[in-house]
Design a protein around this ligand. Structure first.
Ligand SMILES: NC(=O)c1ccc[n+]([C@@H]2O[C@H](COP(=O)([O-])OP(=O)(O)OC[C@H]3O[C@@H](n4cnc5c(N)ncnc54)[C@H](O)[C@@H]3O)[C@@H](O)[C@H]2O)c1
Length: 336
């Protein structure tokens, strides 16, 4: 099956391209490289031993999308392309709404025009906002606390409405918890531009000597060690969830929301300690105040994904840290 992978040069997209190739899908990458490097796709090619078509283009360019859907006879789309930094979304909300929502509308219009009716979409546990129920199930109350989260919720609803209006259209909406880790080869991993927004790349950059110390936001949360608890999931487990979702789409009608997590919570301090063990390096840290909008703890109930897709996470925290360190220590400056 030929699959258009929007944002396929990004962190999760590039790892998913590896998994797709290994399961006989043909990924075609569409990316404007606003937060990624073409080198990531070259690494995918070297791991899978196959050439991957790459189209440099923007999600808001309808003609470019129509052209790629037709020219490559695309049968399904995995839609990763989005801006994703919560803090940045607070200072430039319009950019986030335009990039993420206009980009998704343009994609859906192009898919309709070219009769491509299968979509896997990257959503986020951020749609559970204040996390009123833990573990979060797909029926937990939805709320958002920042413009990035709002774009994810609007995109989910847009896709569900398109599926409701067009019986032929089917979508898997995957709500990722906290993706971390790297390809086991150490050739690919997360390579954020500038200061990392996420915890794991920050820890890895401290361990490798690129940054002095980690700042941990709050040690007075109502959790056993006072730091926040999240559901970290290995990026290759996540990549395999996309393979399972593409395989499951023909059996599914409408839009199906699925939690993609491990179902286990790990605290920030536990992750730091696991990383120190895996890397043999110290990770100096300091506690600073809580960030507005943060929550004490959140992890997934991933049982629906197992039921619908036959998928579940395989890798543990130790493996997530080992694979991250293999990548970060081999490539301290990422793909640069
Ligand atoms: N990484 C996480 O912690 C996380 C958690 C939950 C959900 N998600 C979602 O998963 C998806 C992928 O995340 P990621 O971590 O791989 O991010 P990423 O920034 O590494 O990848 C996103 C890719 O999309 C591309 N892109 C962005 N806007 C584009 C546009 N208008 N046109 C073409 N390409 C564009 C970027 O260049 C990048 O290659 C995003 O939708 C993100 O919101 C990520």
């Amino acid at each position: 099956m030929r699959v258009l992978v929007t944002g396929g040069a990004g962190y999760i997209g590039s790892h998913t391209c590896v998994a797709l190739c290994e399961h006989d899908f043909e990924p075609i990458v569409f990316d404007n490289f606003c937060n990624s490097s073409p080198e990531a796709v070259r690494r995918v090619e070297s791991i899978v031993g196959r050439r991957i078509p790459v189209i440099e283009g923007d999600m808001r360019d309808r003609e470019a999308l129509l052209d790629v859907l037709e020219r490559h006879a695309i049968e399904a789309v995995v839609h990763f392309a989005a801006l994703k930094a919560v803090g940045e979304s607070l200072s430039c909300p319009l950019e986030y709404f335009d990039n993420n929502i206009t980009g998704t509308i343009t994609l859906l219009q192009a898919m309709q025009a070219k009769a491509v009716h299968r979509l896997v979409f990257s959503s986020s546990a951020t749609v559970y906002g204040g996390a009123e129920t833990i573990p979060a199930t797909e029926d937990s109350p939805l709320s958002v606390t920042n413009p990035y989260g709002r774009t994810k919720l609007v995109m989910e609803q847009l896709i569900a409405d398109v599926c409701a209006a067009d019986a032929g259209f089917a979508a898997m909406i995957l709500r990722y918890f906290n993706p971390v880790g790297a390809h086991p080869s150490g050739q690919m991993g997360e390579d954020p531009k500038g200061i990392p927004n996420n915890l794991m790349p920050y820890i890895a950059q401290v361990a490798v000597g690129r940054r002095d110390k980690l700042r941990i936001f709050g040690n007075d949360w109502p959790t056993p060690d006072g730091t926040g608890i999240r559901d970290f999931i290995h990026v290759m487990d996540l990549a395999h969830a996309h393979v399972a979702a593409l395989r499951g789409l023909p059996r599914q009608a409408g839009a199906t929301m699925l939690n993609i997590g491990t179902g286990k919570g790990t605290s920030v301090l536990e992750l730091v300690r696991a990383f120190e063990m895996a890397s043999g390096r110290n990770v100096p840290f300091e506690f600073v105040g809580r960030r507005p909008g943060d929550i004490a703890e959140l992890w997934a109930d991933p049982s629906l994904a197992q039921e619908v897709l036959g998928w579940r996470a395989e890798y543990d925290i130790e493996r997530m840290c080992e694979d991250t360190w293999r990548w970060q220590s081999a490539y301290p400056d990422g793909y640069a």
